[in-house]
Design a binder for this molecule. Structure first.
Ligand SMILES: Cc1cc2nc3c(=O)[nH]c(=O)nc-3n(C[C@H](O)[C@H](O)[C@H](O)COP(=O)(O)O)c2cc1C
Length: 355
């Protein structure tokens, strides 16, 4: 049915890499040539061909697909009938023996829709529960729960792969799609504001030795190493909160601080827009049906958070302050998570099947 499979994976903590690896295993078992590309900031390459199948797997963020994935799909060459399948991974959890599924919302079908518009023939969509990786808000799952969720995901992905490689179609996740459409305002807010603020909650604790692994691993190259004497990571607005930095740091030195969140909340909620509009600005286009108040507030929030983070980063260069600040984070006491069989080495190389 297919002569070649091209697997594109975006991953923070290795879950979607693992999903990609399972798909590759099924294709390799059938003797189909496979190629793997990690979705980072460099453009993806694909030669459109009706006998090629493209596989897209990536994490769900904010009930939809992450920016990086959406952007890379928009930059893909025209599909000219190339087949494609979409497998968003999502946050599976297990509490006291009860498994709870994640919710991919619009992640799968939005991606499928964009692929269709680019001329790809979408053959299937399926959400895959992998252990939740959002260790900024909860501790990483324990070994037993991780293994349980992963062992349930593997046959599901392999079965889906078999069906698709046999030339059939397989569409799942209509209920999550309906919920995702209902929650679309949250997804939009997440994409335009939420993830920008989340990126500024990360900082390097006193345990950081400036090894730069976080910056090297970041799929968006969103982490800069700055500092004259001692280089320390600085999170820019490009960060997609994929959690790679936090969960693969060998020193567990990447933290998220609720104190930063509280500071941002206070400076962000000052009704600055109304003040500026009332006192200083006579807008030339005020007759246009545009929410000027909202736009000014948005610009204000982003610039004030940027400045506050800059100051905080400078202050964290003072070791004593950094130690105290780090001890006040909740994440210092959280277990980290990354997919058990996916190492930093796996993510820095291109091939899955050679591992
Ligand atoms: C910022 C952020 C937002 C997330 N949002 C969702 C979500 O809306 N629904 C969901 O099921 N999982 C959500 N997750 C969980 C991840 O999608 C899930 O753990 C995924 O398997 C991670 O894949 P990766 O290791 O390949 O990055 C979120 C994770 C993060 C870090």
């Amino acid at each position: 049915m297919f002569d070649k499979i091209v697997v594109f994976f975006m991953t923070g903590t290795g879950n979607s890499y693992q999903v990609a690896a399972w798909f590759v295993e099924e294709a390799a078992a059938l003797g189909i040539e496979t190629q793997v590309q990690q979705i980072k900031v460099t453009k993806l390459s694909i030669e459109p061909n009706r006998r090629t199948l493209c596989v897209f797997t990536f994490p769900t963020h904010g009930f939809t697909a992450p920016w990086l994935l959406l952007k890379q799909i928009l930059y893909l060459p025209r599909g000219k009938g190339t087949a494609a399948v979409v497998l968003p991974s999502r946050a599976g959890t297990r509490i006291k023996g009860i498994s709870l599924p994640g919710m991919e919302g619009t992640a799968g079908y939005l991606t499928a829709c964009l692929l269709f518009l680019k001329g790809y023939r979408v053959k299937g969509v399926i959400g895959v529960d992998m252990p939740s990786n959002w260790t900024a808000v909860h501790w990483g799952l324990n070994k037993e729960n991780k293994e349980f969720i992963i062992s349930a995901a593997e046959p599901k992905v392999k079965h889906f792969a078999k069906v698709i490689l046999n030339g059939q179609k397989s569409f799942h996740g209509i209920v999550p799609l309906a919920l995702g459409l209902w929650l679309a305002p949250i997804s939009v807010m997440y994409l335009i504001l939420g993830q920008l603020i989340l990126s500024k909650l990360f900082f390097a604790s006193d345990k950081c030795i400036g090894c730069q692994q976080c910056a090297d691993l970041c799929p968006k190259q969103a982490i800069l190493m700055v500092g004259a004497k001692r280089k320390r990571p600085y999170w820019t607005y490009s960060c997609d909160s994929c959690m790679a930095c936090m969960n693969y740091c060998p020193y567990e030195a990447v933290e998220v601080s609720p104190i930063i969140g509280i500071i941002f909340y206070f400076i962000g909620t000052i009704p600055i827009s109304t003040y500026i509009l009332n006192h200083f600005v006579t807008l030339p286009f005020s007759w246009l049906p545009i929410n000027w108040d909202g736009i000014i507030q948005y610009i204000y929030v982003l610039s004030s958070v940027f400045l506050a983070y800059l100051l905080l980063h400078a202050a964290l260069g003072w070791r004593f302050f950094c130690i105290i600040f780090s001890k006040l984070t909740h994440t210092r006491y959280f277990r980290r998570y990354h997919a058990p069989n996916v190492s930093v080495k796996n993510l820095n190389q291109r091939s899955i099947i050679d591992d």
